[in-house]
Design a protein around this ligand. Sequence first.
Ligand SMILES: *[C@@H]1O[C@H](CO)[C@@H](O)[C@H](O)[C@H]1NC(C)=O
Ligand SMILES: *[C@@H]1O[C@H](CO)[C@@H](O)[C@H](O)[C@H]1NC(C)=O
Ligand SMILES: *[C@@H]1O[C@H](CO)[C@@H](O)[C@H](O)[C@H]1NC(C)=O
Ligand SMILES: *[C@@H]1O[C@H](CO)[C@@H](O)[C@H](O)[C@H]1NC(C)=O
Ligand SMILES: *[C@@H]1O[C@H](CO)[C@@H](O)[C@H](O)[C@H]1NC(C)=O
Length: 510
Amino acid sequence: MNIILTVVLFTAVAVSVSAEETLSCTDNLSCPRTDPDTETLQCIFTSQLCDDTELCSGGQDEGENIASLDCTNDVFTCKTGETVGLSDLCDGEADCSNGRDETSPLCENKCRAPYKGGCAELNRECSYTELDASCDECIAGYTEVVGYCVQGLTLGTEKSLYSVKEDEGSLEVCIDVLLGSISSGDTYTVSYTTVNGAAQAPDDYLEQSGSVDLTSSATKQCISIPIEDDAIDESDQECFVLSMSESSGNANVTVSPPTVTVCINDTDESALVVGLEETAYTVDEVDSYQLVCVGVLSGDVDGREISLSYSTTSGTASSGNDYTSASGEVTIDDDTTRQCISIMIRTDSVTESKECFTFSISLENTVTNLTVDPDETSVCIIDKNSIPITIGLTQALYTVGESSGSLTVCYEILSGRTATRSIGMTLKTVQGDAVEDEDYTYSSSSDTLDDNDSSDCDSIPILTDTLDEEEECFTVSLSTTTTYLSGLTISPHIGTVCITDDDRELYFYN
Ligand SMILES: *[C@@H]1O[C@H](CO)[C@@H](O)[C@H](O)[C@H]1NC(C)=O
Ligand SMILES: *[C@@H]1O[C@H](CO)[C@@H](O)[C@H](O)[C@H]1NC(C)=O
Ligand SMILES: *[C@@H]1O[C@H](CO)[C@@H](O)[C@H](O)[C@H]1NC(C)=O
Ligand SMILES: *[C@@H]1O[C@H](CO)[C@@H](O)[C@H](O)[C@H]1NC(C)=O
Ligand SMILES: *[C@@H]1O[C@H](CO)[C@@H](O)[C@H](O)[C@H]1NC(C)=O
């Protein structure tokens, strides 16, 4: 007792100055935090409450910003009219009739015995740094067995968590001597009973309760819990608890862990379809990457892991010239339900027809209730010279006054794309009843449209005279200078330009 007290006092002094300390779990209090996610937990001692030295940033240890701590009278107020002594605060026993002395924010300390909100199990030390407080070793005299700090004769199971597949039929749990030994002639009776959790008896397992006797010659006894196999796709894991106690009343015997969690893993999986998202991809012959995607098409992955290998197979398109072959493996699981693979498409200078290769996937592992479909897709490359594009005049009919000087005629890409091609276009005038070099100046101009240039305009000089004429028209004609471009449509390619005479008005006023 003296030794423990010395340690406590030493640590109490050190806590405010040092960044890292080991506190035993008998250190009970903490500074209240407004945001536990961002604020560090600060441990304090009962003796540090109302001692005129502010340790908590909000001053709560000195009664500031916390209504329940009355430092004038050195008491904790319960709000029910009662008050309790500071030493009763967070000691694991409710002294306020509303239990407030145990649920106060001052009791949040991770470094304390297993009361509400604490992380520590009894008889542990906590490593405390300014950033964190975590439970560490067992305090002196205790031994850690299956995560618990125990002393004396300890009977229990080798694990505190068991899992079993639903279709395994049963689960065996053995109770053994974990620490110490049973003296000859002694008998310890361990009673056990199952307690429903998400797993319920009798649908998921058969309820068990009874007892086993451990003696020096029979130190291990096993119980078998029947597990029910159904055909229902349930949540992946459903658990129940096996609770144990020793009935001799001998205070020197511990049953640890006192409860064991048993989880049943569901083996029923609903139908799942994974496959390629498209059964045909069409791609332009342009140096680029084509994504081919595989993913969950119907159903839930539900914990399954699906390993798929993929590969490309040349058809009319050959790897190397037309695309770069690809192969590998992808995994679909709960987190990644879609995977896309990029395949490099390559350009060549040959003018050719549409060429295709195949992309296929195949399942590499065994997965319950899975269909892989479609498992094949074609990727067809359209020769760059056949990539559809429509270029046309922005207007098919123009009216211009003879004295307006000029007419601007424009053409543009109306649909499709050049796809790195440079398409030469010529716009020229063709005589009609409007006469070349009398009513307008012959014009022919060439330009290219490419990825960076989707339209072009030309200006046609319009000539004026003093004759009173009827409306006269000529034509503008759009054509290409690029050969081998089977994907190109020029429409509208003819525009009619009509020149309106403005001499009649002059005549009228003369
Ligand atoms: C913490 O609580 C325990 C159990 O009630 C008590 O024995 C101990 O004195 C308390 N420690 C401090 C530092 O208040
Ligand atoms: C049950 O599922 C859990 C979580 O997926 C896994 O860790 C455990 O190994 C499974 N148990 C069995 C018996 O398959
Ligand atoms: C408990 O252990 C102590 C010390 O080992 C021993 O003196 C005492 O007799 C034991 N008590 C019982 C009830 O077995
Ligand atoms: C496969 O899925 C179907 C539909 O969800 C279900 O009826 C069937 O029981 C499942 N089969 C297995 C082996 O899980
Ligand atoms: C378009 O512009 C980009 C960037 O300025 C250039 O790299 C590319 O070669 C141009 N494309 C054509 C067809 O001129």
